[in-house]
Design a protein around this ligand. Structure first.
Ligand code: NAD
Length: 484
């Protein structure tokens, strides 16, 4: 399906405020996963383009952008947020086609992008250093300073939200940014950069170079003039990015996904829990780093939860993103092959329920029906490994100790939730769960741009979102003045 008119050329990079073709002139096809048609040709940026983008970012820091006060930066971010809101329909449309994300979910992401800009715009002048009592005759204080040029390597599953939380926080602290969106989905990254340009962000403060991971991504993560890298994606690629940045002794923030559990105890309010138990697993067809792919249920309510979740699963429809079903397609045939191979590995598990791919779904679309699987063994590969597709396993447990053991048994630790009315249990588990975020009687708290987010273990390190991200995107200088 053809794209709406765009205020930029999708096969160009944005470097130093100007749209231009990549140096090699090469492009890559962008595919609409809902029907397999080509949406556009995008730039296949390579090291020459990354190099130009890094130089543009550095000159922005040495020039107009670097001279902006915190208040001025905040005003620009707020203006970007307002312009994002004015373009919500277009952004949602682009994201739906590009990612295959159902329109309502794509729209929520566009609104979240504007919220990030508003939140960070408002925060820009509220971050400051401290004075430190020290020896007689000294005044000591700290200054929060930007790292400099920051690199942002973004995946295809939530381009707008991830750009909001990482580029938004970086610009707030006065860094300049080079953004490398995913080759599978990058239209909203380009549109966002155009919006930022129109909102008055000085040239070079944000540059966008689409391209392949092994080319543009690797060139950015190993660039010697980049002073911070923020990466969201797979564990394997995250490790490569950290290695490349490590060679330049550059800090990295890694957000690498998870196997996030929801723990349902026998005193849980099931009516409240149910929508979260299902939606947290099937949102964006399960291609969500914080997807809840493990549902742990106390044995006494296991059958009841299976029946109630199954009823919801049976009503789930899967179809083209613009038709706004509960689930759209997966991002690519590669991702479908991966999910299918997991389902084959889980062929020994009983299927409790499956959603339905609508009959009119195009044959060339990348559709997978959501699966709810009964999984008595918490060590089964489907209960341990991140699938990144619409597959949830339900695991029974006897008591709190066993629930905790199972919950903490994977190598990940991104999000967990506890469904119980028992306050003491809530507090005990909130402390003991190996997880970057814990939710009590909810899951995700609506996404909350204000809430620090990030993982432990193989889920990564560093925190994005909220004020915490602003500390990560800045460095602290201590000044000690001796004046007698
Ligand atoms: P990926 O980690 O390879 O890609 C993410 C980003 O990194 C993309 O922009 C890509 O171009 C870039 N990249 C790839 N190779 C690179 C390299 N050598 N150096 C620097 N950047 C590089 O993920 P993928 O291949 O798109 O998906 C594979 C799996 O990763 C998925 O099945 C899923 O399990 C996981 N994943 C996780 C998230 C998340 O939000 N945590 C997002 C996407 C994918």
């Amino acid at each position: 399906m053809s794209l709406p008119d765009l205020p930029f050329n999708p096969s160009h990079c944005l470097i130093n405020g100007a749209w231009r073709a990549p140096v090699s002139g090469q492009t890559v096809a962008l595919i609409d996963p809902s029907d397999g048609t080509e949406l556009a040709q995008i730039a296949r940026g390579q090291s020459a383009d990354i190099d130009a983008a890094v130089r543009a970012a550095q000159s922005a820091l040495d020039g107009e952008w670097g001279r902006k006060t915190a208040v001025e930066r905040g005003r620009i971010l707020t203006r970007i947020g307002q312009l994002v809101l004015e373009n919500v329909d277009l952004l949602a449309d682009l994201e739906a086609r590009d990612v295959g994300k159902p329109l309502t979910q794509a729209r929520a992401d566009a609104v979240a992008l504007s919220r990030y800009m508003e939140f960070y715009g408002g925060a820009a002048d509220k971050i400051h250093g401290e004075t430190i009592p020290y020896l007689d005759g000294y005044t000591v204080y700290t200054l929060r300073e930007p790292h400099g040029v920051t690199g942002h390597i973004v995946p295809w599953n939530y381009p707008m939200q991830i750009i909001g939380r990482s580029v938004g926080a970086a610009l707030t602290m006065g860094n300049a940014a080079v953004l490398k969106p995913a080759e599978e989905a990058c239209l909203t990254a380009l549109m966002f950069a155009e919006i930022a340009r129109q909102a008055g962000l000085p040239n070079g403060a944000l540059n966008v170079v689409p391209g392949l991971g092994a080319e543009a991504g690797a060139a950015l993560s190993g660039h010697k003039d980049v002073q911070h890298i923020s990466f969201t994606g797979s564990v394997a690629t995250g490790a490569l990015v950290q290695q490349a940045a490590g060679a330049n002794v550059v800090p990295v923030t890694l957000e690498l996904g998870g196997k996030s559990p929801q723990l349902v105890f026998e005193d849980a309010n099931l009516e409240e829990a149910l929508p979260f138990l299902v939606n947290a697993g099937i949102q964006n067809a399960g291609q969500t780093c914080s997807a809840s792919s493990r549902i742990l249920v106390q044995r006494s309510r296991y059958d009841e939860v299976v029946a109630a979740m199954s009823e919801r699963y049976n009503a789930l429809s899967v179809g083209p993103a613009l038709e706004d079903h509960a689930l759209g397609p997966l991002i690519s045939t590669r991702q479908k092959d991966l999910v299918t191979s997991f389902l084959e590995q889980g062929s020994d598990l009983q299927i409790a329920a499956k959603g339905q791919i609508i009959e009119t779904a195009p044959d060339a679309g990348v559709y997978v029906a959501p699966h709810l699987l009964l999984c008595p063994d918490p060590n089964h590969p489907l209960a341990q490994r991140e699938i990144f597709g619409p597959v949830q396993v339900i695991i029974p447990f006897e008591d709190e100790a066993e629930a905790l053991k199972i919950a903490n048994s994977t190598e990940y630790g991104l999000v967990a939730s506890i469904w119980t009315e028992n306050g003491a249990r809530q507090m005990r588990l909130a402390k003991a769960l190996k997880s970057g975020q814990v939710f009590i009687n909810n899951y995700g708290a609506g996404g909350g741009v204000e809430l620090p987010f990030g993982g432990v273990g193989k889920s990564g390190h560093g925190r994005e979102k909220g004020f915490e991200a602003l500390y990560g995107f800045s460095t602290l200088k201590t000044v000690a003045a001796k004046h007698g």
